[in-house]
Design a protein around this ligand. Sequence first.
Ligand code: ADP
Length: 254
Amino acid sequence: VASDRPLLEIRDLAKHFGGIKAVNGVSLTVNRGDVAVLIGPNGSGKTTVLNVLSGIYTATAGSIVYDGKEITNLGPARINRLGISRTFQNIRLFPELTALENVAVGYYRRGTVGLAGALLSRPRGYREEREAMEKARETLHFLGFARLGVKAKNLPYGQQRIVEIARAIVSGPELLLLDEPAAGMNHEETEVLSQILYRIHARGMTMLLIEHDMSFVSSVATRAYVMDFGQKISEGSVKQVLSDPAVMKAYLGD
Ligand code: ADP
């Protein structure tokens, strides 16, 4: 049965950049409904895992199976169409577009047209544009975001992040990848973010995130994986990994 199968299985994944072994034999399994978090010191390979997973980099070795299908080294657009969506560490909104328009772009992206195509050419009919706007409106409403007509560049940082998340989920992905969603947020913004992630999770979406804010991680994550020097050094509940001596050693450095 589909639901007995893990949603994502990464097996012995490696990504080397010349002599740099950014990821060096990582295996991890994300089950449906997990809010999984990847933690570890800077440079331990977390973002590289996300980049290979979302098709931005090709793997040096290993395999990625999503929903029973081998997806290793498919391009970002195909991976996205299979139901994996992501946000980036640095906000990548279109500054001159409104919050609503930015999210609608995410809906176009689920189709065959690339990001540039969606913006530059306008091959789509009125109906499709209406549908994208409607979905964008629905998604922002679902996340409790009301400033639909404000240009992205005029939104405070925390709200820009929420618009990015809305853009990532507007096409209804099953797996959402978030690269440091709480980075740069103040306490209040982080609170809003954790409520938003609860809401998304309650809708049945599975998440894999990278995050440094441990109190945030403790409040949202159901499972944690710790990386150091390109390898997985611990896994379990957040509480378990944070009391693992190997993890403490990695964070204290040498
Ligand atoms: P983290 O996300 O845990 O901070 P990264 O995955 O960003 O770690 O980086 C892991 C290692 O891989 C670092 O040594 C980094 O410099 C290197 N690295 C990441 N991306 C590239 C790249 N495109 N080219 C060369 N080295 C890279």
